[in-house]
Design a binder for this molecule. Sequence first.
Ligand code: NAD
Length: 294
Amino acid sequence: MTTIGFIGLGVMGAPMAANLVAAGFDVTGYNRSPHKVEGLVTAGGRRAESIADACSGADVVITMLPDSPDVESVVLGGDGVLATTRPGAVLIDMSTIRPDVARTLAETAGRHDVGFLDAPVSGGEQGAIDATLSIMVGGDTDTFASMRPVLDALGSTIVHVGPAGSGQTVKAANQLMVAGIMELVAEALVFLDAHGVDRDRAVDVLSGGLAGSAVLDRKAPAMLRRDFTPGFRVDLHHKDLGIVAAAAREAGVATPLGSLAATLMASARAQGHGSLDHSALLLLVEQLSGRSGE
Ligand code: NAD
């Protein structure tokens, strides 16, 4: 049986770790706030009291943490993943972080004889619960092939997109697109409301045409109910649009609509909506339009 150390049991990590247990892996989980490990223990996994405790007996270590500095400290710290994982094991970072940080982690892991994949995900909390995530993987081909059974327990669309860092580059493109489409869905809902149209029916018909999208299908119903429970927090999408901006600048690429979406996401955060789902862009569009939405 493959033994997995899982670090970061938040909105995404908790259901992902439970799915690994359900698939037959021996999973030991660690989270900085210890109460978040309880779900994994109930699902049949084990509790680790430290990063070292999660990593020392592991064949595979998975990290699912908020941001680049979190992953760097957990992986590179004194009692961190690379200091406590045995040579020959594989680290899969599934957090969304900067591509250049992923490349550096891959190099450092290599010096410890630990394999590395950057494998960020898309599909949200529901995709994590249903094990239907899209997983975009960077790293070497052999490591990818050897980790396929682990990734298969977490997602339904799993693609090796290139060398280390590539998974994060593809994820940045994903976040660029989702932000833009989310903003346009929000604008369309406010526009429809202002014209007195039945928005449930409008969303029904729009979803079958060229404007149909996963964002519209998955987010519009909750937006119409004004339920902004995360899901994916505005704070995290703001972080991701910073990653997009830096990577676009590095490549000399113009992303005019993406830049505007980033400004709007930053504004949603500044308005106090950082801990709401990113569909709370609706609140910002309502405010800009002088409409309460209630
Ligand atoms: P989250 O904040 O719910 O979970 C992160 C977890 O990491 C928390 O439980 C936190 O306590 C823990 N943590 C933070 N620092 C730690 C440390 N030093 N040691 C141990 N544990 C630590 O975030 P999330 O929504 O699960 O997202 C995780 C990652 O996945 C992020 O990079 C996010 O951008 C990405 N992501 C999220 C979604 C989503 O819909 N929520 C979708 C795709 C990708």
